[in-house]
Design a protein around this ligand. Structure first.
Ligand code: GAR
Length: 201
């Protein structure tokens, strides 16, 4: 059974989706801690509700990004973490961090990558006039939102969509997609060939 760390920065609804699937037995993994780069976010309460220990590691409390990431790596190593899930973690992880950890890091992003990487993806999808939106779970690489795609889900845009309605409709799909990706990756049911992630049924 894999040891998974979940990183958050906010509300934690994707974290809760994972924890629900774990409570029901659909995902079998250990989650030794949830890490937030921000204090007092709702996601920390979600973690506590499920009895998961939490860390708040804020870049601002460290003299440099290198020291900040060294502290996170120390915690990961202490808990023998096999995999990191970024569930609304809104900070960049450096190439050095990704290479030093050396194991799977996955991220959920609210667009159909490679369209609309970065911030405010839903608003930019709407403003662009796209006819479809969606979400992507991908491996994390040094390029922001640029690693190999594990799973994607697509929804149509409606003429009366606002940023809020689109965000909520994408989020509903995120809550299905991220736990599914966690299950697949934690069970080692995949191969990466070039950029293609082939999932074994
Ligand atoms: C989610 O929509 C997630 O896709 C997005 O932040 C939200 C977090 O919500 N992540 C990114 O935009 C990463 N680039 P949550 O805290 O309720 O899970």
């Amino acid at each position: 059974m894999k040891n998974i760390a979940v990183f958050i920065s906010g509300r934690g609804s994707n974290l809760e989706a994972i924890l629900k699937k774990r409570s029901s037995g659909y995902i079998e993994c250990s989650i030794p801690f949830v890490l937030s780069n921000k204090a007092d976010v709702l996601g920390l309460q979600v973690a506590r509700k499920y009895g998961i220990p939490t860390y708040v590691i804020d870049l601002k409390s460290f003299p440099s990004r290198k020291d900040f990431e060294a502290e996170i790596l120390r915690i990961l190593s202490f808990h023998n973490i096999d995999m990191i899930v970024l569930a609304g973690y809104m900070a960049i992880l450096s190439k050095n961090f990704i290479e030093s950890f050396g194991k799977a890091i996955i991220n959920i992003h609210p667009s159909l990558l490679p369209s609309f990487p970065g911030l405010n993806a839903q608003k930019r999808t709407l403003d662009y006039g796209s006819k479809f939106a969606g979400c992507t779970v991908h491996f994390v690489s040094a390029e922001v939102d640029g690693g190999p795609v594990i799973l994607q889900d697509v929804i149509p845009l409606f003429d009366d969509d606002t940023e809020e309605t689109l965000t909520m409709r994408i989020l509903e799909r995120e809550h299905l997609l991220l736990p599914e990706a966690v299950k697949i990756i934690s069970e080692d049911r995949f191969q990466v060939i070039g950029r293609r992630v082939i999932i074994e049924k």
